[in-house]
Write a new protein. Structure first.
Length: 94
């Protein structure tokens, strides 16, 4: 079976990252709302709260509130959340 080219993998990852939902939008049995998952994904990819707010067309305080709710529900800060998002993406690409 031929191996996917790096360009094909990059394209596949970009498509997954753009989608508001990706496999496993719950963390350890805790379900996130669609918006919480979307904010978590964008911030995990390195966006500041300001950039995430601009991308989503919502106030910065709303992004901060979603991140606070995600942390409260999951116990994860930004670092752990970033690792989780990338683990989900890696699993989706298998």
């Amino acid at each position: 079976m031929p191996r996917r080219s790096d360009a094909a993998r990059v394209s596949e990852v970009r498509a997954l990252l753009r989608s508001p939902f990706f496999p496993g939008s719950g963390i350890d049995g805790v379900r996130l709302t669609a918006r919480q998952a979307e904010v978590a994904r964008i911030v995990a990819l390195g966006a500041t709260a300001e950039k995430a707010a601009a991308e989503l067309g919502i106030p910065k305080n709303t992004v901060v509130s979603h991140l606070r709710d995600v942390k409260k529900r999951t116990g994860m800060g930004r670092f752990e959340l970033t690792r989780w998002v990338f683990d989900q993406l890696e699993a989706a690409l298998r």
